[in-house]
Design a binder for this molecule. Structure first.
Ligand code: FAD
Length: 225
């Protein structure tokens, strides 16, 4: 919903929006990214790049070779298996909170949504196989899990040594991902975006350029209180 809102908000104000696959990255002699080559939309040049390619770290790790520091030795939960469980909330009601349930090799999240429960088992693959985790999750959910497809995920636990490299900023799970303490990272988001903004005082990405973003935030808060 947020992505749709921001896309529409930007396009209405003349921001170009390209949806494509990045297939190559061009870097100058200083190690600054100058452009990304896309599959169908050609070369896209830029001054500032934000890498949001998740665990892959396409720009920051693959192109700029920024090292990834693993936290695996102290946070061993590196895999997850998830189910989308349809529930009629009109009949069963909806819990007002997410529930975390301790398991032998990790924990299960249960997130109530309007038409389903999002649930999954985050576990340490050193101590539990994917089949075993799926079986335990299905047993936890009960008969409602029958016939549902399970989604298995691998997670890269740790952080990039630096989340800002030359003219590239890594965002979200690139910067840091540890399933146990995500809320701390999310609380850091506003501070990080402020830091990005302040790195370009008075330039093309100065405070003036950020006013539409602040306005968008206010609009979003009004529409989705
Ligand atoms: C098991 C699990 C459960 C979670 N549950 C929740 C939750 O309940 N609530 C919550 O808020 N968060 C949750 N999260 C966290 C949330 O999913 C992540 O924090 C968030 O998705 C990370 O966003 P991201 O943009 O870093 O990466 P991603 O969401 O992984 O997005 C990466 C994007 O990069 C794109 N990409 C990759 N390569 C290329 C390329 N070459 N060219 C173009 N595009 C490319 C991919 O297509 C993808 O769209 C969960 C995470 C996990 C692993």
């Amino acid at each position: 919903m947020l992505a749709g809102f921001l896309g529409e908000y930007g396009r209405e104000r003349g921001v170009g929006h390209v949806v494509d696959d990045v297939v190559n990255v061009e870097i100058d002699q200083r190690g600054w990214i100058t452009a990304v080559q896309t599959l169908d939309s050609g070369l896209i040049e830029g001054d500032l790049f934000v890498d949001c390619t998740g665990f892959r770290g396409l720009l920051i790790n693959e192109a700029l070779n920024e090292p990834f520091e693993s936290f695996q030795d102290v946070l061993p939960n590196d895999r997850a298996v998830a189910l989308r469980v349809p529930v009629d909330m009109e009949v069963h009601g909806i819990r007002p909170c997410t529930t975390a349930t301790a398991m032998d090799a990790g924990w299960i999240w249960t997130i109530p949504l309007f038409n389903r429960l999002g649930t999954g088992y985050v576990y340490a693959s050193d101590y539990c196989s994917p089949d075993q985790a799926e079986a335990e999750l299905r047993a936890f959910v009960g008969p409602a899990a029958e016939e549902l497809d399970a989604n298995h995920l691998r997670m890269r636990i740790g952080r990039c040594r630096n989340s800002w490299v030359n003219n590239l900023r890594g965002d979200r799970s690139i910067e840091c991902f540890r399933r146990a303490t995500r809320v701390h990272r999310d609380l850091l988001h506003p501070a990080r975006h402020r830091a990005t903004r302040q790195a370009f005082p008075g330039g093309w990405l100065g405070f003036g350029a950020c006013r539409p973003v602040q306005q968008a935030r206010r609009d979003l808060r009004r529409r989705c209180p």
